[in-house]
Design a protein around this ligand. Sequence first.
Ligand SMILES: Nc1ncnc2c1ncn2[C@@H]1O[C@H](COP(=O)(O)OP(=O)(O)OP(=O)(O)O)[C@@H](O)[C@H]1O
Length: 327
Amino acid sequence: MTVLAVKNLSVAFHTESGRLEALKDVSFCVPSNRSVGVVGESGCGKSTLINAILGLLADNGKISSGEIVFEGDKDLTRLDATAMRGLRGRRIATVFQDPMGALNPVLSVGRQMRDIQYRSGLSKRDKDARSVAMLRKVRIPDPESRLAQFPHEFSGGMKQRIAIAMALMMEPALLIADEPTTALDATLEVATIELLKDLQREIGCSVLFISHHLGVIAELCDEMIVMYAGEVVESGTTREIFHDARHPYTQKLLACDPARLSQRVARLPTIAGTLPDLRRRPSGCVFQPRCDRADAQCLTTPPNAPLGGSHIARCWHADVPLVVMSA
Ligand SMILES: Nc1ncnc2c1ncn2[C@@H]1O[C@H](COP(=O)(O)OP(=O)(O)OP(=O)(O)O)[C@@H](O)[C@H]1O
């Protein structure tokens, strides 16, 4: 079953200097019990995508077309604010980079975890028992005695694990994790990724994992989508994309990934050029102004080229495999 199906989604912001198309014709699915990674440079539309799913777009933003179908029968673009509030935190949970966004500094962890269960009908004691079990799952040592403690009494890594526990408390169908490990040091990052992997298996929810860090996506995700300037330029299984990226943008992202560079370099390579101004999208392929492979054909809209399996690249030249580049 598909937990989330985003179909031809476009989102525009109205700004003083004109209409800015932040997402254009975005389509992808999150199957049940699978994790899908979203990767792309800053400004490619990752936050806009999450906010559109959660019904939390800024006032100047609007879904101009498309559908966001959740659990097969709910089009989130058509639900009213009350219905969306009912889904958020219950069927769709979130974890963000800063755990303090989810934690109240003046309430004990136990109280906050009880509050999440307010509709459960359980007694205080049973709620606390569930909270303890969840804290144990996220590897908080001695959880019984720590329920009475306040967020500032926990380390950064523990705070993030408590935020994850709170997100998973109501057994959501979908967890949206937006750069949840970015603020952690390397060791804690690895531990948190391992934890998320184990929890996903144990709890059986689907994960939409947003990161600009390719290594994290490779570790955690079954499938991935690569976004550029508000469009999905490539999608497929993580294996298909890491082993056989076909969009020139994905190929450049991989070539710039420090983990894949063959030797240590003094300065990390970056992709030459900048994202286009989304108020004036380039004609044809959105990546064409930065692409070494662009030719006259690229001034016309590229097809979603099927590459076998679930692998798709929105490119006229998707037949060219990655030659290991020095970037
Ligand atoms: N409320 C808004 N009004 C106008 N433009 C906006 C608004 N929110 C986002 N944008 C624009 O939409 C585009 C996508 O932004 P978004 O924040 O979704 O990107 P992102 O990939 O999440 O970037 P980052 O990783 O830096 O958060 C950018 O050009 C951004 O300037």
